[in-house]
Design a protein around this ligand. Structure first.
Ligand SMILES: Cc1cc2nc3c(=O)[nH]c(=O)nc-3n(C[C@H](O)[C@H](O)[C@H](O)COP(=O)(O)OP(=O)(O)OC[C@H]3O[C@@H](n4cnc5c(N)ncnc54)[C@H](O)[C@@H]3O)c2cc1C
Length: 488
């Protein structure tokens, strides 16, 4: 499965160590920088090894949504009541079934404190709420819905609260300064202030263990030269997902094979393999974030039908949930059907993803004509639209529960946008870790000296996803990894 040797090296075989620190961290994205700050704040001497020429990882390119709640300052200022219990109830439904209850507990209980920690690191949040459907936020607001909390079926479970927190971005927005970029430059600067050392262009390849089996360092390559790095306290793995490892994708997440999105090529699964070679267990390897490549401002104003002409999701929900249901339950077949007025309105609405606005594939005068042109089974789309329109006349959607503000009868001319195969994403499964980010052996015990966080681990998701969970659990459990590793 691996092109270069992956099994651990014995420390006895190491003649000289090229570098040494209390805590050695592989990867300088969101999990790595949070681990570095956590360890340095605990008084450790910290060294980060980063494969590229600088820190940031996928996180610096990201939308920067961090999933936090339970009553943060920004939630309160924007008028939303939230509690750790409500947050937990929602996430257990949205990310499950099979979520790690212990992790979910500490995450929800510690969420307000984690928000305050990010603020103490220098991340600035504005007390303003972005209310529009979207993948991200196109202005400088710091709070948005990012998981379908305010849509069916979740909005009746607990009172909806937005939990997507975004670092305030400079206005007017420029392409390079999204909330992910702002979040990461702030955290990287904080690590630098704390004296964290960084060695770039180093690709961590294998773990080094002592005669007791404890992890005491790593072996890596730098421009083809092998180097060894000693960790007096512990090693933290934070190198990202396996979205770009073809063999692992075929084995664990075949539906997303060759469909990576919202990730970077450095996510090659190496840390997972390195730890597996030492006996580490895995969890939820099939869990994925699934992006759906269409502007949510258009989706909410139409109806989404599958290859049988039937609706399958309330169109005003989180677009990642739409992607998930499309890919996993509807053979990746989706068509957005809407009339001219709805299309024009959606195209004119403020959008965080104008590149995902799409031209209609078919435009017709009647539903029957459209159905025929799309090649759908005769009567399928006609009966779907007839049923939708019957209730839409009263502003209701009893079939799937789309909120009345988005429900209007579909008139003529009527169009459909072909969205078949318009999905992609990244993996959420990985190393099984404890709530303290210790990597767990297949026997359930922590592997001494080895910690991990971010997308090389199984974090909060057991299958479902909400935007902000990856930066959320990456930073939360990354920080914990650093603190624990610093304690030796
Ligand atoms: C366009 C886009 C939008 C996104 N939006 C969001 C969002 O709004 N909210 C959200 O929660 N998530 C979002 N994500 C996903 C999120 O950014 C990632 O899932 C998250 O950054 C993963 O954290 P990580 O620390 O595991 O990996 P990263 O942040 O990618 O960091 C991993 C680091 O490890 C380095 N590395 C890899 N291999 C090695 C090695 N062998 N040795 C040393 N270093 C190595 C990499 O170069 C990288 O710097 C988005 C991603 C993209 C690309």
């Amino acid at each position: 499965m691996s092109s270069s040797p992956i099994r651990p090296i014995s420390a006895d075989a190491v003649d000289t160590w090229d570098f040494e620190a209390d805590v050695v961290i592989a990867g300088f994205g969101i999990a790595g920088v949070s681990a570095a700050i956590g360890a340095a704040e605990s008084g450790a001497d910290v060294l980060v090894l980063e494969r590229t020429s600088g820190g940031g990882g996928a996180a610096a390119l990201s939308g920067g949504i961090v999933y936090l709640g339970g009553g943060t300052r920004v939630q309160k200022a924007c008028g939303f009541d939230d509690t750790p219990e409500n947050m937990k109830t929602f996430l257990a439904e949205a990310l499950g079934p099979g979520v790690d209850e212990d992790k979910l507990d500490v995450y929800c209980e510690g969420s307000v404190q984690h928000f305050e920690w990010l603020e103490a690191c220098g991340v600035q949040y504005k007390e303003s709420f972005w209310s529009q459907p979207g993948w991200e936020c196109p202005v400088d607001d710091s709070l948005m819905y990012s998981g379908g909390e305010n849509a069916a079926p979740f909005h009746t479970l607990v009172p909806p609260a937005p939990r997507g927190h975004l670092a305030q971005v400079p206005m007017p927005r420029n392409g390079e300064q999204g909330a992910g970029h702002v979040l990461m430059t702030t955290l990287l600067a904080k690590a630098d202030d704390l004296g964290v050392r960084v060695e770039s262009d180093i690709r961590v390849q294998r773990l080094v263990t002592d005669h007791t089996g404890r992890v005491v360092g790593v072996s890596a390559t730098r421009f083809g030269k092998e180097i060894t790095v000693r960790a007096r306290g512990g090693v933290v793995l934070a190198t990202g997902s396996f979205a770009y490892n073809d063999e692992m994708m075929q084995a664990y997440a075949p539906r997303l094979y060759k469909r990576p999105a919202a990730t970077v090529e450095e996510h090659d699964g190496r840390a997972i393999l390195m730890a597996q070679a030492l006996g580490a267990g895995l969890a939820h390897m099939d869990a994925c974030e699934v992006a759906f490549f269409c502007d949510p401002q258009l989706i909410a104003r139409g109806i989404l039908v599958n290859g049988r002409g039937q609706r399958y999701v309330p169109e005003d929900t989180y677009p990642g949930r739409i992607g998930h249901l499309t890919m996993y339950q509807n053979d990746n077949q989706a068509f957005l059907v809407l009339d001219e007025d709805a299309y024009e309105e959606g195209m004119a609405a403020p959008s965080s993803s104008p590149q995902l606005r799409r031209q209609p594939t078919w435009v017709c005068e009647s539903v029957a004509e459209l159905e025929a042109e799309m090649g759908l089974p005769e009567g399928s789309l006609t009966s779907t639209v007839e049923l939708y329109n019957r209730h839409a006349a009263d502003g209701a959607d009893p079939v799937l529960g789309k909120k009345s503000e988005w429900v209007k009868p579909i008139g003529s001319p009527i169009a459909a946008i072909d969205l078949r195969g318009m999905t992609g994403g990244f993996t959420l499964g990985g190393l099984r870790t404890s709530v303290h980010s210790e990597v767990l052996h297949v026997d359930g015990d922590p592997i001494p000296g080895l910690y991990a966080a971010g997308r090389c681990t199984s974090g909060l998701s057991a299958g479902g996803y909400c935007s902000g969970i990856s930066l959320g659990d990456g930073s939360f459990f990354g920080r914990r990894a650093g603190i624990r590793a610093a304690a030796g």
